[in-house]
Design a protein around this ligand. Structure first.
Ligand code: FAD
Length: 599
């Protein structure tokens, strides 16, 4: 078999914020490091992030500090977050932002020259460091420049299809060049997964083509575990029109900067959906909500800035009740509330996005928006300090990792998560590699098996078309495991997933290995299917509603489930096995934070 081989200490799979930050940390601690990514360097999904990086830097509000950020994150995640991850994240995020600035990132400034911080849902104080609505681009630009300047090897347009393991854990990874279809193997005692999310398993999503859940699936197949896969975030505001762009994100900054949600009758409906849990900190009247933008000390936040799960459910209910827009969304109106100049300055990308894609001028008319699959809170179960998965030598950081965000992520907390835990994963991966000197063995049989599996779709004639199977999977997840869930629907989803598994086992593609998108999809589909099965099984098991998991048949939160994580592992017959695990206990001194901070 023709195979290109390389040897490193640390392989990082993924060149988004988490992967690049991990690679920089591993390299700086002396490990021979390489990054492998499906798309071109600089094109990872992180580049799409708009609103900002959450960090309690106290530039806008001196009262802000890590304890308030920790509390907001835990409350936003409905207390299911791993407390230690939420603590490290809140404590370390400000240093990671300042470090980014030292490396050349140009943030928007306050009038007195500090990094400007904006409001976002669920954050008590304005704390999102940002660059207009193009923060992800600046983050990636900065990390990419540093990666290149440090001389870290990058394998781009290269897809990892399998993790290689031996008796002592990870030994490397196997993949193919997308352009030539040729195979490549990396031997390394440490692999960091930083592959992002799973959104492409759903029909309507804000996620890019790369989000096929590869890392989740590769980890599971290598013997690692996934935690709380039922929690999928539906962002409340995706574009609903025209159909070709349905799902594309409308940043939360529109609401942070004054935009309000209205139904077809013109009512500002979010006041009807304030849950008791957030009532004390949410404005009771439109007048109070409007005053908050200018005087945050003496007024409470508008209900449009409740955490995403609350807003998405409210929009869903309005549309279901027949009070939606002509294209099945609700109105997001900033035009009647801010000047055209302000909108164009604060939200330049949104202005162009609507102008070019929907022919809507958001400085003059309201946008039509609705929920879109946006983020997965569930992911690889990791040690909070080192990001080590259950397989020795395997680490995970960023969206592919679980635990940090509990049942619902607050906006802005992902970019900070990437920096904090990307760095920690890189350091720990380098440390692990130091404990395993010498090249990691890659048995020929394993490499031949990985190559055979990758080429199988070419061997079958008259099998299933990957695009048809992808369509049916996305429809199944959209219809049956979406924003509102019931047991009979999820049971039906699992039946359909079982049938889709047969079809995925019978995929066939035509043509050759040079840049063949049908083949690439055929290799992505098993990952998408496995991840979908994890989501559906976990969602059926968790008989309560919490964060990004809403059960019509169990509408309340449940005490027993508030203490329980759901763990997915791979059973010996290849199916997904579920087990329950108690939540780690928060130390008393941290639990005090919830008493001391004014609600
Ligand atoms: P990514 O940036 O997605 O990188 C994944 C990498 O893995 C890519 O390089 C990809 O090529 C590679 N990869 C995947 N599979 C393979 C494979 N099999 N082989 C090789 N390489 C592979 N969060 C915030 O905090 N603030 C925001 O303002 C914000 N705005 C957002 C706006 C949009 C439109 C979206 C969709 C999300 C937003 N988010 C935001 C969420 C945030 O952007 C993501 O969660 C985050 O960027 C994920 O980063 P990551 O490093 O984990 O993965």
């Amino acid at each position: 078999m023709e195979l290109e081989r390389h040897e490193y200490d640390v392989i990082v799979v993924g060149a988004g914020g988490a992967g690049l930050r991990a690679a920089i940390a591993a390299h700086e601690s002396g490990a021979r490091t390489a990054v492998v990514c499906k798309s071109l360097l600089g094109k990872a999904h992180t580049v799409m992030a708009e609103g900002g990086i959450a960090a309690a830097m106290a530039n806008a509000y001196p009262e802000d500090n890590w304890r308030v950020h920790f509390r907001d994150t835990m409350r936003g995640g409905k207390m299911l977050n791993h407390w230690r991850m939420a603590q490290l994240h809140a404590q370390e995020a400000p240093d990671r932002v300042r470090e980014l600035e030292d490396w050349g990132a140009l943030f928007d400034r306050t009038p007195d020259g500090l990094i400007s911080q904006r409001d976002f849902g669920g954050h008590r104080y304005a704390r999102l460091a940002h660059v207009g609505d193009r923060t992800g681009l600046e983050l990636i630009r900065t990390l990419q420049q540093r990666t290149v300047a440090l001389g870290i090897d990058v394998y781009m347009e290269c897809t990892v299809t399998r993790l290689l393991t031996g008796e002592n854990g990870v030994t490397g990874a196997f993949g193919y060049w997308r352009e030539s279809g040729r195979f490549v193997a990396w031997s390394a005692p440490s692999v960091v997964l930083a592959t992002g999310g799973i959104g492409k398993s759903y029909k309507v999503t804000s996620n890019s083509w790369e989000y096929t859940g590869d890392g989740h699936s590769l980890a599971l197949q290598a013997g690692a575990t996934l935690v709380n896969m039922e929690f999928v975030q539906f962002h409340p505001t995706g574009m609903v029109w025209p159909p070709s762009v349905r799902g594309i994100l409308v940043t939360e900054s529109v609401r942070g900067d004054g935009g309000i949600l209205k139904n077809s009758a013109g009512n500002r409906f979010m006041f009807d959906y304030i849950p008791d849990f957030f009532r004390k900190e949410t404005a009771e009247t439109e007048a109070e909500a409007d005053r908050w933008y200018d005087d945050k000390k003496n007024n409470r936040r508008p209900p449009e800035l409740l955490p995403r799960d609350e807003v998405a459910r409210a929009i869903n209910s309005e549309v279901k009740a027949g009070r939606g827009t002509p294209h099945g969304g609700v109105y997001l109106d900033i035009a009647s509330r801010r000047s055209a100049e302000y909108i164009r300055k604060r939200l330049p990308s949104m202005y162009h996005q609507f102008k070019e894609l929907a022919e809507v001028d958001i400085t003059a008319e309201a946008m039509e928006v609705g929920p879109t699959c946006h983020y997965v809170m569930g992911g690889v179960e990791v040690d909070p300090d080192t990001e080590a998965a259950r397989v020795p030598g395997l680490f995970a950081a960023g969206e592919v990792a679980g635990g940090m965000h509990g049942s619902n992520r607050l906006g802005g907390n992902s970019l900070s998560d990437l920096l904090v835990f990307g760095r920690r994963a890189g350091l720990a991966a380098a440390e692990h590699a130091r404990s395993r000197p010498g090249p990691a063995p890659l048995p020929d049989d394993d490499l031949a098996d990985a190559a055979r599996a990758a080429l199988a779709p070419f061997e079958r004639e008259g099998g299933e078309n990957p695009y048809a199977v992808q369509h049916d999977l996305q429809q199944t997840m959209h219809d049956l495991v979406g924003i509102i869930r019931t047991a009979p629907e999820m049971e039906q989803a699992l039946e359909r997933i079982a049938a889709l598994r047969e079809r995925v086992g019978n995929l066939s593609v035509e043509g050759h290995r040079q840049y063949n998108p049908g083949w690439h999809l055929a290799l992505d589909l098993p990952h998408m299917l496995l991840v979908s099965e994890c989501i559906a099984r976990a969602a059926l098991e968790r008989q309560e509603s919490r964060g990004g998991h809403t059960r019509d048949d169990f509408p309340a939160t449940n005490d027993e489930w508030s203490r329980t994580n759901l763990i997915c592992s791979r059973a010996s017959d290849g199916t997904v096995a579920l087990s329950r695990q108690p939540l780690p206990t928060m130390p008393a001194e941290l639990a005090e934070v919830f008493e001391e901070v004014p609600a």
